[in-house]
Design a protein around this ligand. Structure first.
Ligand code: HEM
Length: 122
């Protein structure tokens, strides 16, 4: 949990899947199902932050600025998940938030896979 990124990756992959399941349930008109999945997703927000924070406290000395930005952009992604689901429930426009979600996800994946632990793609 402190030295490898497996637990962190597991939590955000499950969260992304749960987010799209919630969107699918909303589009299918299944409000109750969406509510349940949204609740489980909120638990995963906490697990993402917990596993990310554990990695952060142990390793941020390597590059404090970039690790700080990585954590903040991770929280931005979670914020966009939440804004989108809440706005969908209320029937509000979501276009801007979809664009911001795509942008934040690209940045967080780029930074995550660039930073020294775990997988290196960039
Ligand atoms: C949905 C939100 C998030 C996504 C999609 C995400 C994605 C990633 C990815 C792709 C990696 C690299 C894994 C690897 O190289 O094996 C990573 C590592 C990391 N994440 Fe996140 N993350 C998210 C949220 C957070 C949050 C909220 C924090 C801080 C509280 C955080 C802190 C970290 C740290 C410290 C690392 C280790 C960096 C390194 O590879 O050296 N992440 N994350």
């Amino acid at each position: 949990m402190f030295d490898n990124t497996h637990a962190h990756i597991t939590t955000w992959v499950i969260a992304i899947i749960l987010f799209f399941v919630a969107v699918g349930l909303h589009n299918a008109g299944k409000a109750k199902g969406m509510k349940v999945v949204h609740m489980i997703l909120r638990l995963f927000y906490l697990l993402i932050i917990l596993t990310g924070a554990l990695l952060f406290w142990k390793h941020q000395g390597i590059d404090p600025a970039l690790y700080g930005i990585k954590g903040l952009v991770g929280i931005w992604v979670i914020g966009m998940f939440e804004m989108l689901l809440v706005r969908m429930k209320k029937g509000k426009d979501t276009k801007v938030f979809w664009m911001l979600l795509a942008l934040s996800l690209i940045i967080v994946l780029f930074l995550g896979f660039r930073l020294p632990l775990g997988i290196h793609i960039f």
